[in-house]
Ligand binder design. Structure first.
Ligand SMILES: Nc1nc2c(c(=O)[nH]1)N[C@H]1C(S)=C(S)[C@@H](COP(=O)(O)OP(=O)(O)OC[C@H]3O[C@@H](n4cnc5c(=O)[nH]c(N)nc54)[C@H](O)[C@@H]3O)O[C@H]1N2
Ligand SMILES: Nc1nc2c(c(=O)[nH]1)N[C@H]1C(S)=C(S)[C@@H](COP(=O)(O)OP(=O)(O)OC[C@H]3O[C@@H](n4cnc5c(=O)[nH]c(N)nc54)[C@H](O)[C@@H]3O)O[C@H]1N2
Ligand code: SF4
Ligand SMILES: [Mo]
Length: 671
């Protein structure tokens, strides 16, 4: 027997995550055997999480899809690529012929952060059009809020946290979802920088805080308003910033005058004393806020983030080292030339559904009806809200094509399933527009199992079959060069990136330090001209959530409890349950008062329901949860107990077509 050939390579985590880690990957005899962190990377510093590590197993697992599949009489038949591509191209062509290109729906999300994944849009533009999904399950409301306030959603460089006096983590599950921010929080604490956590769940991040504030789910806008009121009352606002750099302050003040601190105390469950303390913290500059995505997955989510931005602004924490309201970091993605990859200059017939209303629209659309659904880089039948409705919709469509590595709940409902490569079986550039501003290179390190192919290969082949192959006639290095065209002028090159494995994008460390904003007025806008031009309310509004509010008494009586469905610790959404030997039931976390009210003990079997669906599982009493609140972690496919999304509503947030996944009421009883 010959000796094993062992090589090590720099690679990248492709997962949809704040951290965008740089990897060191060991390959043994052509097979990926180990994924570790790359110590050279300045932010991720050789540390990665289990979800990243498990990508080795996820690449080699025996359940990987390896052959194109076609459903015939309710069972799967293996077919050749030639047959699959021929038949799918035929369905697309036929749909276009009969009903026009918008009878084809592309249902996708962002489960893989690869730059070249944007080429799916190029396919549909070249096809002549399609029905596209817009909006975001993830962070849409908050992004639109920051665009209204600042003109963009930009974050401070991670290490700038060490210039702060006080860090406020507001609705971000750092210990679970953003491990390198956790590392920076530890460094900050060592330097004596204080940490406050505001969350309805006393999670592990809260455990390390100097100060924890338990807020009623969906009420953070009121809390921020209360803090602003207290700052203004004490006269410690940053008068110069407000005067010189902002627009529409009076409209904010007017809205704040409509509520009293007593009302805010009742609505948020946070005492006036606590609100005053937070006001004091915010005026002892610099204070940095790390806002998460949790608190904007409500009907009022956009205004919630606008009010937190406003707090950062009136307290003078914008544009200064150690300050900022960090939410997204869109500048990372904006550095690339995705418009060209996606062929956005080409006119096409486009119909839009939002991610939230796609199920309803599929069920009701007639002009034209949805004939074909193509799903890529997403698992909608587990991840979309109201999955019972989504499943009904997918069953109704003529033909469903799913491109995935695994047989997911969505793939089970498809007519064709196409096996795709994993991150280590294709070459790409990876980045997350969420936290830091480094891009990572991911080379091709191993051969895919069986006949699995990259998304790019599949789109290219389909384009050829449909007669517009000329739009796809590029080599991989040409594609990468098109996607990075905009960066070349700034001294950035794919060659340099390949050499080092990671490269910082030309993004400012301290956004808005010039106090020039990207809004229509060039100022920080308490009153949004952009919203006005969209015929929406320009002023910041104090709105209640939908179900999570107590404004609908009847609903609150019928379904007395609030349901969160947070991101799981050990899985990225639906992707890792298979690799952690997950049990086949849901864990239903309940607050102590719920356990008392209906006499629940740990491991009791319970049923949780509302008018959209029901779920069963085992109780875990969670004293850290806000009163009357449950949590069921999201992402479990049917074999792991089923998705919590049978319960969640598919409504939309107040701006930015965001989801309202946590704006949800339920009942619970012993099963
Ligand atoms: N382990 C793990 N990490 C992940 C992911 C994963 O699936 N697993 N997914 C990645 C992705 S795609 C994303 S978008 C990010 C999301 O990252 P986060 O924003 O950290 O994650 P969430 O689970 O959405 O919840 C954030 C926090 O919001 C809190 N929250 C809920 N409602 C409210 C509220 O009304 N007010 C306040 N103040 N807080 C509230 C929750 O209790 C939770 O602590 O995580 C990324 N990282
Ligand atoms: N109840 C509830 N629901 C939620 C959330 C919540 O907090 N609560 N969070 C929401 C959020 S923040 C997000 S971002 C969404 C995530 O929703 P999704 O992105 O749909 O979820 P994932 O499970 O990450 O991935 C979907 C699929 O993509 C496949 N995949 C991975 N890489 C590739 C690739 O390169 N090509 C192709 N074709 N497929 C690939 C994976 O195998 C997986 O089956 O879920 C949302 N849903
Ligand atoms: S999932 Fe996030 S934290 Fe984990 S390895 Fe990937 S990028 Fe890093
Ligand atoms: Mo997300």
């Amino acid at each position: 027997m010959g000796k094993e050939i062992i090589t090590q390579h720099i690679s990248a985590c492709p997962l949809n995550c704040w951290d965008a880690c740089s990897f060191k990957v060991t390959v043994v005899d052509g097979k990926v055997s180990k994924v570790e962190g790359n110590k050279e990377h300045p932010v991720t510093e050789g540390k990665i999480c289990g979800r990243g590590r498990m990508l080795a197993e996820r690449t080699n697992h025996q359940e990987r899809l390896t052959v194109p599949l076609k459903k015939v009489n309710e069972s799967w038949e293996e077919i050749t690529w030639e047959q699959a591509l021929q038949e799918i191209a035929g369905k697309l062509d036929h749909a276009k012929e009969l009903f026009g290109p918008t009878s084809v729906l592309h249902s996708h999300d962002y489960s893989n952060n690869g730059l070249l994944k944007n080429i799916d849009e190029r396919f549909f533009r070249a096809f002549g059009g399609w029905t596209k999904v817009e909006g975001s399950l993830c962070w849409g409301a908050g992004i639109e809020a920051q665009v209204r306030d600042f003109g963009n959603s930009l974050a401070h460089a991670p290490e700038d946290i060490l210039n702060s006096r006080h860090v406020v983590v507001w609705g971000r599950n750092v210990a679970r979802t953003n491990m390198h921010l956790l590392g920076y929080l530890k460094k900050a604490k060592k330097k004596g920088i204080k940490l406050t956590v505001i969350d309805p769940y006393r999670n592990q991040t809260a455990e390390m805080a100097d100060h924890f504030v338990s807020v009623r789910p969906g009420s953070d806008g009121f809390l921020a308003a209360g803090i602003i009121k207290a700052v203004l009352k004490s006269g410690r606002e940053d008068y110069t910033f407000i005067k010189e750099a902002t627009y529409g302050f009076e409209t904010l003040k007017k809205e704040l005058d409509s509520v009293s601190l007593e009302f805010i105390q009742r609505t948020t469950g946070v005492s006036i004393e606590e609100i005053n303390r937070l006001a004091e913290i915010y005026t002892e500059r610099p204070v940095t806020t790390y806002a998460g995505l949790g608190m904007q997955r409500y009907k009022n989510g956009g205004n919630t983030i606008r009010l937190i931005d406003a707090l950062g602004a009136i307290s003078g924490n914008i544009g200064i080292p150690g300050g900022g309201v960090n939410y997204g970091n869109l500048a990372a993605g904006q550095s690339f030339n995705t418009a060209e990859l996606a062929l956005r200059s080409k006119e096409a017939e486009i119909r839009t559904f939002t991610r939230m209303n796609q199920a309803e629209k599929i069920l009701t659309a007639t002009e034209p009806p949805v004939e074909v659904i193509v799903v890529s880089r997403s698992n909608p039948l587990t991840q979309l809200p109201n999955t019972n409705l989504a499943e009904k919709a997918f069953k109704k469509a003529g033909t469903v094509v799913v491109m995935d590595q695994y047989m997911t709940d969505t793939a089970e409902e498809a007519d064709y399933v196409l096996p795709v490569t994993s991150v280590f079986e294709e070459e790409d550039i990876y980045y997350a527009s969420m936290y830091h501003s480094y891009a990572n290179y991911g080379p091709k390190l191993s051969e895919p199992p069986g006949q699995a192919k990259s998304d790019l290969w599949i789109w290219t082949q389909l384009a050829e079959k449909l007669g517009f192959g000329e739009y796809f006639n590029y080599s991989l290095s040409e594609w990468l060069s098109i996607g990075t065209e905009s960066l070349r002028k700034k001294g950035w090159s794919v060659e340099k990136l390949k050499e080092q494995g990671f490269l910082k994008l030309p993004v400012k460390e301290i956004p808005w330090s010039s106090l020039k904003f990207q809004t229509p007025t060039g100022k920080y806008e308490f009153y949004s001209k952009r919203a006005e031009s969209m015929k929406e309310e320009g002023a910041v509004q104090l709105l209640h959530p939908s179900e999570a509010g107590d404004t609908d008494k009847e609903l609150a009586e019928k379904y007395p409890y609030l349901l969160l469905s947070l991101h799981p610790l050990r899985s990225n959404h639906s992707q890792h349950y298979l690799h952690i030997n997950a049990r086949d039931y849901n864990v239903i976390e309940v607050s102590s008062d719920i356990a008392e009210n209906i006499d629940l003990k740990n491991d009791d079997n319970v049923r949780v329901w509302n008018e959209r669906g029901e779920i069963t599982g085992k109780v875990k009493i969670q004293p850290g949860l806000h009163s009357s609140t449950l949590n069921i972690d999201e992402g479990r496919g049917k074999r792991f107990g089923g998705s919590v999304n049978v319960l969640t509503p598919h409504g939309e947030s107040d701006m930015g077509q965001g989801s309202i996944l946590y704006d949800c009421r339920v009942s619970i009883e012993k099963a």
